[in-house]
Design a protein around this ligand. Structure first.
Ligand SMILES: C[S@@+](CC[C@H](N)C(=O)[O-])C[C@H]1O[C@@H](n2cnc3c(N)ncnc32)[C@H](O)[C@@H]1O
Length: 229
């Protein structure tokens, strides 16, 4: 039975792995058509930041693999996702486009990554954290598997703290939940609170992503112990 994380007294705010998995299995056939263009500016920014670091990259929530052709050839990518149907699309894309820099694709929960500590130069997740039941647990896992000196490159929703946008985001939350999204509960303070409790992680950048700035590109860096010594 999937664990249910309670985000508030209102049950419509509950979000569990089963709901998300089923939602993205349903999205798979039309995902690229609906979200290909809308999210493309953010993806380009995230991939550019990743290519700059290079090396071995873990893309969590790789989905249909829409971003895989954008990585530079000297980057090796391992992609994971909770939805088998989304991953099937990614596998087809890799085969059809002959993407030789894709090391592997596997069904895996972002909250329980099956990799050793310090395995990757970059862990990146695009439009994923707000779909994960316990984003802090996922961030802990990202921080565990990235190497010292490496980065978490996160393209993520940042909800409004107050005002009309907050009101709309809260009203929308129960409507979009069955679709595998969350609009509320992702104020910037949630990310900084995680950072304050995450040993050895620091904020390298936060950049608003156009058109509306509801999403940000966030880079967290893991302290390089060797350099600090
Ligand atoms: C909005 S889509 C983003 C897909 C892709 N990154 C993109 O840029 O279009 C969210 C993805 O996260 C995946 N996902 C949701 N919860 C997950 C979890 N706990 N572990 C791994 N992947 C998850 C979904 O299956 C879906 O493919």
């Amino acid at each position: 039975m999937a664990e249910i994380i309670k985000l508030g007294a209102d049950r419509s705010m509950d979000f569990d792995r089963e709901t998300v998995e089923q939602a993205y299995d349903r999205w798979a056939p039309i995902y690229d058509l609906v979200f290909g263009g809308v999210f493309s500016k953010g993806r380009q920014a995230a991939i550019q930041a990743t290519n700059k670091i290079g090396g071995r990259v873990l893309e969590v929530g790789v989905g249909t693999g829409i971003s895989l052709p954008l990585y530079s050839q000297n980057v090796r990518i391992f992609g994971t996702d909770i939805s088998e149907a989304m991953l099937e699309k990614a596998k087809k894309r890799v085969a059809e486009q002959g993407l030789k820099n894709v090391e592997g694709l596997a069904v895996m929960d972002a909250e329980k990554l099956e990799f050793s500590d310090n395995s990757f130069d970059v862990v990146m997740a695009q439009y994923v954290l707000s779909a994960v039941p316990n984003p802090e647990a996922a961030l802990d896992e990202f921080a565990r598997v990235v190497r010292p000196g490496g980065e978490l490159i996160i393209l993520t929703r940042v909800s409004a703290d107050a005002g009309v946008r907050r009101f709309i985001e809260q009203k929308l939350q129960p409507v979009v939940r069955p679709l595998g999204f969350r609009t509320a509960e992702f104020a910037w303070s949630r990310y900084t609170k995680w950072l304050a409790g995450a040993r050895g992680m620091e904020l390298a950048e936060r950049r608003l992503i156009p058109p509306l700035g509801h999403f940000s590109l966030v880079r967290f860096r893991k302290a390089d112990v060797a350099k600090a010594a």
